[in-house]
Ligand binder design. Structure first.
Ligand SMILES: [Zn+2]
Length: 105
């Protein structure tokens, strides 16, 4: 009787199988030899994979913007809002002056 192989799913979408058969990095090391660490999806290992190139999807870009926003004081929408409020105050001041003059007489 043959035992059925139990399928155990690995985390982070990692493939099953013998890890020794994983593709290798192959980057040139400081020693001059090729790197023998297991490669990631980009073909290089965790030490030679290079820096992150940032978010690509619009979803990721939005998340990144939201995460880096501190107060939004200098954002375009905020500047417009301040301009609008200043204008309202100016108009209100003129109206207040007008009303004051009306009641003083
Ligand atoms: Zn490497």
């Amino acid at each position: 009787m043959q035992r059925e192989k139990k399928h155990i799913l690995l985390r982070n979408g990692n493939p099953q199988g013998n890890p020794n058969n994983a593709p290798r990095c192959g980057a040139k090391t400081r020693k001059g030899t090729t790197c023998r660490a297991p490669a990631m999806a980009n073909g290089r290992c965790r030490m030679h994979g290079g820096k992150s190139t940032g978010p690509r999807t619009s979803e990721g870009l939005e998340r990144s913007k939201k995460a880096h926003l501190k107060h939004g004081y200098y954002s375009a929408g905020s500047a417009d809002m301040r301009k609008y409020i200043k204008q309202l105050l100016r108009e209100n001041q003129a109206l207040t002056e007008f009303i004051k003059e009306q009641f003083q007489q």
